[in-house]
Design a protein around this ligand. Structure first.
Ligand SMILES: Cc1ncc(COP(=O)(O)O)c(C=O)c1O
Length: 437
């Protein structure tokens, strides 16, 4: 079995040794073999080999709610949900209907001109964010929203340096890829390490040592670092972070691409920690898994460049009308009373089941949780990876934490129910017995 190398090692993320794919696909249907051969040949050679080698030979065919069916029929519960992209499930009927309705009259629109639906979604985001967060710039992805945030911070402060957690993931475009964990940026000779600095998560002294020189434009935080396995901060950490940023003239950004959109039990995870950032980024679930969208939301003073430079950021697809129309529906469902109530119920119910298993299986040694964000810790360096492969066989797909592979990211959808949790807990127990029975 080859191991996806996702960070601590020297190789770029997920880079593995070449293996031939033919021995791995021999028993598959001819349709699935054809897909794998085509993807291997024309775009994903290493990725195809890595998944085959890791025992997760998934080619997603049907998808509905929180379930996926592989092309050869293997059914899995989706606990990956692409980091919250499928918060509301795959192909949520109301969101699909909204997209279909949008297609009757809309297309991506013309990004140079004002738009009714874009305006509507901007206003909704301002209404659903605390403090002075006000102006929204829409982008086609979370990465690009982070790029715009970095340029904004440099413009506002006149400084160049950007600081992030050493094991944060903020995206893979030019600037966002250089921030935080930068193995891949180095691989592409694009790390710019004199400008993109790193500090350990949850270490206020290390942050002050960097900020005190008063030359840092922006401190970017993944409120809960997802790829690092969602470690929780000390209770006062973020209020101290806010105070340090204010003292040293550094702007603060909360990247809520994974932790936001109600996954934490509040719409934005930073609301648990008593601070309001100067900028925040969301994406993924805002498009309901149907239409790509990212959003950077800024306070009025930080976003003041929008008042003087209407074309400071332009993107053909950023804020496309179809994405905004779907986003309006996704946000409406996400903030509804019934969704909030369901998340609160699932958070308690799933936790009880996990606690019971943890008490029985010493290999299952840690549970991290905020709302329906869960990371499960296992007593082995690659425990999260081992469990991901074992769970896949049992009929559940969850992604290990790439920057700390002892952990499995266990992402429960906002609209799941108790029966879905029970089914998952049964599979978790079966996998635990096989991996470390
Ligand atoms: C915390 C975080 N920020 C930013 C991004 C980048 O978003 P996108 O893939 O839409 O560019 C991701 C993607 O996984 C993410 O998890």
């Amino acid at each position: 079995m080859t191991n996806p190398d996702t960070g601590h090692g020297k190789k770029a993320a997920f880079m593995t040794e070449a293996i031939g794919i033919e021995p791995h696909i021999r028993d598959m249907s001819s349709r699935k073999q054809a897909v794998l051969r085509t993807q291997h040949e024309y775009g994903m050679p290493n990725r195809v080999e890595t998944w085959l080698g890791a025992g997760v030979p998934m080619v997603i065919d049907r998808r509905e709610g929180y379930r996926l069916w592989d092309m050869d029929g293997h059914e899995v519960q989706d606990f990956h949900i692409n980091g919250g992209t499928y918060n509301l499930g795959h192909r949520h009927p109301d969101c699909v209907a909204q997209l279909v309705k949008g297609l009757e009259t809309l297309d991506v629109g013309n990004h140079h001109f004002p738009s009714e639906v874009r305006g509507q979604l901007s206003r909704m985001l301002a209404e659903h964010t605390p403090g002075d967060l006000h102006y929204t710039v829409f982008t086609p992805s979370g990465s690009e929203a982070n790029d715009v945030a970095i340029k904004t911070a440099r413009k506002v402060t006149g400084r160049k340096k950007i600081v992030a957690y050493d094991f944060a993931y903020h995206g893979n475009s030019g600037f966002s890829g250089a921030v935080g964990e930068n193995t891949n940026a180095k691989y592409f000779n694009s790390a710019f390490e004199d400008q993109f600095l790193k500090v350990p998560y949850n270490d206020i002294d290390a942050l002050e040592a960097v900020l005190k020189h008063e030359d840092v434009a922006l401190f970017m935080v993944e409120t809960l670092p997802a790829t690092f396995g969602f470690p929780l901060p000390d209770p006062n950490y973020y209020t101290q972070v806010r105070a340090l940023c204010d003292r040293y003239g550094t702007l603060l950004l909360a990247d809520e691409v994974q932790a936001g959109m109600m996954r934490s039990g509040k719409l934005w995870a930073f609301e648990h920690y008593g601070f309001v950032p100067d900028m925040m980024v969301t994406g993924k679930g805002l498009g309901a898994g149907l239409y790509p969208i990212g959003a950077l939301i800024m306070t009025r003073p930080v976003g003041a460049w929008l008042e003087e430079n209407g074309w400071g950021y332009v993107s053909t697809f950023g804020g496309s009308e179809l994405s905004c129309f779907v986003g309006i529906k996704a946000l409406e469902i996400t903030v509804s009373k019934s969704t909030r109530k369901n998340v609160a119920d699932l958070a308690i119910y799933m936790r009880q089941g996990l606690d019971t298993l943890r008490a029985q299986y010493p290999f299952f040694c840690d549970i991290r949780q905020l709302g329906v964000i869960f990371a499960l810790g296992f007593n082995a360096d690659m425990g999260g990876m081992q469990m991901a492969a074992a769970l896949y066989k049992e009929g559940l797909w969850a992604m290990f934490a790439g920057y700390d592979r002892r952990y499995l990211q266990f992402k429960l959808g906002l609209l799941a129910d108790r029966a879905f949790c029970d089914e998952a807990l049964g599979k978790l127990e079966a996998a635990l017995k096989k991996v470390n029975g």
